[in-house]
Write a protein that binds this ligand. Structure first.
Ligand code: PRT
Ligand code: ZN
Length: 226
């Protein structure tokens, strides 16, 4: 069991696409902070809320382990983590406490431009490059298609040109990267956006009240923006 803590701890991406908007979001809730010397920790001054700056991939695990209470992360990362844990039969369940409406993207299957698309059955037996093997695997099972995921942690889109895979399953926002690699999206397997992730139970040691306050302010800040 985690040590008792009376301050809320929120995990946020250190750099990358969601880092700045996440920090702006916390600032819009009235949070001010002091940065640690190693720049990995923001000590909350105006509220008992501290921020841990990490790789986005680590956020679900930090919440599941109780090291952090909440996190700002893409649904794509949250879903992949959840399926991984289900596959291992471990009982840590996370949920989306809020949908943030930014960081929007899709997890799409994309095929070489010059290939005709006849439907998911066409993927039977093909090698699919992806960083999201669990999410892809679930979709393939739902489609009754037996394909071979090729797990890559970057440069997924060039895999077909390198002969590493036949098609890809990757995040798409503008579609520019796919086009630059002569690929075209043919089907969406997950719609994603940034979310506030948390455990699927209430927090302890008074941290739920702090989280409620933060989320109330966040809801107010979001309404003001609209
Ligand atoms: O260092 P760290 O591990 O924390 O960061 P990261 O490199 O793993 O993630 P990062 O910062 O690239 O993305 C963080 C989150 O932003 C993702 O998990 C998504 O939830 C969200 N997001 C939104 C995206 C995109 N849009 C996106 N377009 N993440 C990645 N991309 C990639 C996409 O895969 C493609 O390769 O950006 C490229 C360009 O996309 P196009 O379609 O605009 O050309
Ligand atoms: Zn990452």
């Amino acid at each position: 069991p985690a040590q008792p803590r009376d301050r809320l701890r929120v995990a946020v991406q250190k750099s990358g696409r969601l880092g700045d908007p996440a920090r702006e979001l916390l600032a819009s809730c009235g949070l001010t902070w002091r940065e640690s010397r190693d720049r990995l920790f923001l000590y909350g001054e105006s509220l008992p809320v501290d921020v841990l700056l990490v790789r986005d991939d680590d956020i679900p695990g930090l919440i599941a382990d109780g090291v952090c209470d909440l996190g700002v992360v893409g649904r794509n990362v949250l879903v992949e983590h959840g399926l991984e844990h289900e596959a291992q039969g471990r009982g840590v369940r996370l949920s989306e406490w809020r949908q943030l409406g930014w960081g929007v993207c899709r997890l799409d299957v994309a095929i070489p431009e010059d290939l005709e698309w006849t439907g998911p059955a066409q993927l039977e037996g093909l090698r699919i490059a992806t960083s999201y093997p669990q999410t892809l695997g679930r979709w393939l099972r739902e489609q009754g298609v037996d394909a071979q995921p090729v797990v890559l942690n970057g440069s997924v889109e060039i895999a077909p040109r390198l002969g590493q895979a036949d098609v890809v399953c990757d995040l798409v926002s503008t579609g520019g990267t796919l086009r630059a690699n002569q690929l075209r999206p043919v089907t969406t397997i997950l719609e994603s956006e940034a979310v506030i992730a948390g455990p699927d139970h209430t927090l302890e040691d008074g941290r739920q009240e702090i989280a409620d306050l933060l989320l109330r302010r966040l809801d107010g800040a979001v309404q003001l923006k609209e």
